[in-house]
Design a protein around this ligand. Structure first.
Ligand code: XUL
Ligand code: CO
Length: 438
């Protein structure tokens, strides 16, 4: 491994270690149920934040300057950057990474030139993947940065832009397949509106569905077997994004016959922007068998935008992990750190601290969630709470074998239902007994 980062490989040092650049809970080689923790957690690094992020925010330009970002031309810089990125993936023990097409290769003056540049860089990425064993969790196309997408991509009122976006996704699917990507993500940053005064909402939603169907058809045509994922977000940059949250995403997928082809990539900060908890979004997706992958980050309760911070809140992550494990895990998905450094965190060392913190918090949450599920106290509590539906007329209700008339007779006979406590405070205390075992 080269040493362009000037920081060594991060090792597991155990929960009591005081060495900052070490893992306290993420021991990649630890065997759990015959599988390594590395394979259970399937961590992924987001190329856009960690290797294209500059630290800029809506009020000021970038602050982060990396030594490898200079060179004789854009292609050679893109290759050097990729070399550093793969060094980082290995040193931080992440088995996966994710990218947008325009993160890895600079856009050209024409679509043809952009495609040629992408091909050159993809060949380099393929070599790096082979040399390091690091794999592609998902690919995606950036359909929001270039001014041509200012009115949307698939939902643009101009069919020309729709065609351009289609061409870009066609190519992104080809390169994702070429690199063995296990999933392909659609995040519709500009697939929404800023004002209904200029928007035909019904047509835009139908166009978005048509676009996704075309992507499914093309994946079939080229033999791309990865899982398609949509990533809900309520707003930002648009005022209202069509796949607002998981619930509206389910309605959209079912309305347009897409639910057989898509699952959800759930992002914590998007969940909270929609007014939900992270765990809520996971539960809603899991309830209909559409939980796909996680974009791991968090917002800040005091800041109203998508701050994409590294999440170190073990309690929040434990609750999320309980829901994920109960749903049977993420399958071909993983935990992708769609998270960025704070603007003043300008050192390479900060990139390591950020990922160590996020990985440790997820690893600890994973272990605590396993204990919670193994002991089954919450599961038993919830099962008991619904026990009246396990037999008699409760069972008949669940099986659709009763009527209002019959239920009226039961209500007359049984009289007033007894008040039964939900025991919320007891359960919150019980949860803390696990969190503080940490
Ligand atoms: C934006 C966001 C994206 C997607 C990929 O909020 O989360 O980075 O994950 O386009
Ligand atoms: Co994301």
């Amino acid at each position: 491994m080269q040493n362009l980062l000037k920081i060594g490989k991060i090792n597991y040092a155990g929960p009591t270690s005081e060495t900052p650049l070490s893992f306290k809970h993420y021991n990649p080689a630890e065997l759990i149920d015959g599988k390594t923790l590395k394979d259970h957690l399937r961590f992924s690094i987001a190329y856009w934040h960690s290797f294209r992020g500059t630290g800029g925010d809506p009020f000021g330009p970038g602050t982060i300057v990396r030594p490898w970002e200079t060179g004789k031309d854009a292609i050679s810089v893109a290759k050097k950057r990729a070399d550093v990125a793969f060094e980082f993936f290995q040193k931080i023990e992440a088995p996966f990474y994710c990218f947008h097409d325009r993160d890895i290769a600079p856009e050209g003056r024409s679509l043809r030139e952009s495609n040629q540049r992408l091909d050159k860089i993809v060949a380099h990425f393929k070599q790096l993947q082979q040399a390091t064993g690091v794999r592609l969790l998902w690919g995606t196309a950036n359909l929001f940065g270039n001014p041509r997408f200012m009115n949307g991509a698939a939902t643009n009122p101009d069919a020309h832009v729709f065609a351009y976006a289609a061409a870009q996704v066609k190519k992104a699917l080809e390169v994702t397949k070429e690199l063995g990507g296990e999933n392909y993500v659609f995040w519709g940053g500009r697939e929404g509106y800023d004002t209904l005064l200029n928007t035909n909402l019904k047509r835009e939603q139908a166009h978005l569905a048509a676009f996704l169907h075309l992507a499914v058809d093309y994946a079939k045509a080229i033999g791309f077997k990865g899982q398609f994922l949509i990533e809900p977000k309520p707003k930002e940059p648009t005022k209202h994004q069509y796949d607002f949250d998981v619930a509206s995403g389910i309605a959209f997928l079912k309305t347009f016959g897409l639910d057989q082809h898509f699952k959800f990539n759930i992002e914590t900060n998007h969940a909270t922007l929609a007014g939900h908890t992270f765990q809520h979004e996971i539960e809603v997706a899991a309830a209909v068998g559409l939980l796909g992958s996680i974009d791991a980050n968090t917002g800040d309760t005091l800041i109203g935008w998508d701050t994409d911070q590294f999440n170190t809140d073990v309690k929040e992550l434990t609750l999320a992990m309980v829901s994920i494990l109960r749903a049977g895990g993420l399958g071909s998905g993983g935990f992708n750190f769609d998270a960025k450094l704070r603007r003043p965190s300008v050192d390479i060392e900060d990139l390591f601290h950020a990922h160590i913190g996020g990985m440790d918090a997820y690893a600890l949450a994973f272990k605590l969630a396993r204990q919670i599920l193994a002991e089954g106290k919450f599961e038993q509590f919830v099962a008991d709470r619904y026990a009246t539906f396990d037999s008699g007329f409760g069972r008949a209700i669940e099986q659709g074998k009763t009527s209002f008339k019959e239920l009226e007779q039961i209500a007359f006979k049984l009289g007033e239902p007894k008040l039964r406590s939900g025991r919320q405070e007891y359960l919150e205390n019980l949860l803390n007994t696990y969190i503080h075992r940490g």
